[in-house]
Design a protein around this ligand. Structure first.
Ligand code: KG4
Ligand code: ZN
Length: 332
C-alpha cells in the first residue's frame, strides 16, 4: 500500500510516499522561509498562495523520485489541522480531489499526531506505550501514548509554546525568522552560567509548562545588557539552558509518575542538539530509552503525514467527499 502524504499546515509544503514494507519511498520539502523573512514571521495569506503554487509540482517530483506513477498510489493523506486555516484548506482540497480523481481513499491527519508518530519511522522504533514530549512552534505537550489514536494529555503549556518563545527571543537577538536553529547555534558559543533564568513551574507539582514569563525575563535582560556579540551569545545560552532544563525536569517527572520507561521527543524544537543530549542523559539515569525522529522529520514534513495516514487507512478510516480543516483541534 503506497500512501501519499501532503503537509501544508504552516510555512512548509512537504510531500512524501510511505509504504509499510519499504518505509518512506521519497520525500520532498519546500520551505517558505525566504517568502516570510522580510515580515519577521509567517504571513498566512502568502503561505496559502505559495502552497497552491508548490503542492502539485512537488507531488510530481516525489513520484518521480520514488519511481512510481499515480496509479501506484493506494491512498492520500493530508494534514487537516491544527494550523493556518487557509494553508490547511489548500492541502485538504488538493488531497481530497486527487483521491477522488484517482478513486482511492483519502484521510485527514492530525498534525501533532503525525509529529508524535514520526519516531516510528526510525529504527529501532519505540513500542507502545510510551511518553511523548511534543515541542513545536504552536504546541508544548506531554502525552501518554498507549497506542495509535490513544492519547492522554498529561500536561501542556498554559501560555506560549516553547517554539514560539524561542522564535521571539531569536528575533530580539537579531537572528531573524525562523529563529530556532540560529538561536541554538548562537547558544553553543555562549558561556554557561553568566546569566541564569527561571525554570518556570518546576517548583510545584504537575506537568504543565509556561514560557511567557521566561520570555519576558529574557527580553528585559537583552534590553538591560550591553549590546555586544558575546553578551548576546551568553544570554542565548542561558535561555536555551532554561528551556531545556525545564523540559528535562518535566519529562523526568512524567516518567516517574507514569512508570513508563520510553520517551520520545518530536516537533521542530526536538531538532535542538542540546535538548536531545540532555534528554538522553536524563533517560539513561532513569533506566529508560529515548527516541527522536531524524532532524529533518522533527520539523514539518510530508513523511510523518504519509505514515500517520497509512495507519488510519489501514484501520479502514475513510474521509467522505466533503472535506474539512480544523485550525484548532485537540489531540485527544
Ligand atoms: O514542528 P515545526 O516545524 O512546526 C510547527 O508545527 O510549529 O516547529 C517549528 C518550531 C519553530 O519555533 C522553530 O524555531 C523550532 O521549531 N526549531 C528549533 C530548531 N529547529 C526548529 N528550535 C530549537 N532548535 C532547533 N534546532
Ligand atoms: Zn509541526
Amino acid at each position: 500500500m503506497n500512501v501519499l502524504g501532503i503537509e501544508t499546515s504552516c510555512d512548509e509544503t512537504g510531500i512524501a510516499v510511505y509504504h509499510p514494507e519499504f518505509g518512506i519511498r521519497a520525500h520532498v520539502l519546500h520551505s517558505q522561509v525566504d517568502l516570510h523573512q522580510a515580515y519577521g514571521g509567517v504571513v498566512p495569506e502568502l503561505a496559502s498562495r505559495d502552497h497552491v503554487r508548490r503542492t502539485l509540482p512537488l507531488i510530481h517530483q516525489v513520484l518521480e523520485q520514488a519511481g512510481l506513477s499515480r496509479t501506484d498510489l493506494d491512498g492520500v493523506a493530508y494534514t487537516a489541522g491544527p494550523g493556518l486555516i487557509g494553508a490547511l484548506l489548500v492541502g485538504a482540497a488538493i488531497g481530497r480531489s486527487l483521491a477522488y480523481a484517482w478513486e482511492v481513499p483519502a484521510v485527514g491527519v492530525h498534525h501533532m499526531e503525525a509529529h508524535l508518530l514520526a519516531p516510528m519511522l526510525e529504527l529501532p522504533a519505540p513500542e507502545f506505550p510510551f511518553l511523548a514530549l511534543l515541542v513545536s512552534g504552536g504546541h508544548t505537550q506531554l502525552v501518554q501514548v498507549d497506542g495509535p489514536g490513544q492519547y492522554l494529555l498529561l500536561g501542556e503549556s498554559v501560555d506560549d509554546a516553547a517554539g514560539e518563545a524561542i522564535d521571539k527571543i531569536a528575533m530580539i537577538l537579531g537572528l531573524g525568522y525562523p529563529g530556532g536553529p540560529a538561536l541554538s547555534a548562537l547558544a553553543e558559543q555562549g558561556q554557561p552560567g553568566r546569566f541564569r533564568f527561571p525554570r518556570p513551574m518546576t517548583n510545584r507539582p504537575g506537568l504543565d509548562f509556561s514560557f511567557s514569563g521566561l520570555k519576558t525575563h529574557v527580553v528585559n535582560t537583552v534590553r538591560e545588557q550591553a549590546d555586544d556579540a558575546q553578551t548576546r551569545a551568553d544570554i542565548a545560552r542561558a535561555f536555551v539552558d532554561a528551556v531545556v532544563e525545564t523540559m528535562v525536569i518535566k519529562c523526568r517527572r512524567a516518567m516517574q509518575e507514569t512508570g513508563l520507561r520510553q520517551l520520545i521527543a518530536a516537533g521542530g524544537v526536538s531538532a535542538n542538539r542540546q535538548l536531545r543530549l540532555e534528554l538522553g542523559k536524563m533517560v539513561q539515569q532513569e533506566g529508560g530509552r529515548v527516541f527522536f525522529p531524524r532532524p529533518e522529520f522533527c520539523t514539518d514534513n510530508g513523511a510523518m503525514i504519509a505514515y500517520a495516514g497509512y495507519l488510519r487507512l489501514r484501520e479502514g478510516l475513510r474521509e467522505p467527499l466533503a472535506f474539512a480543516a480544523h485550525p484548532r483541534w485537540p489531540l485527544g
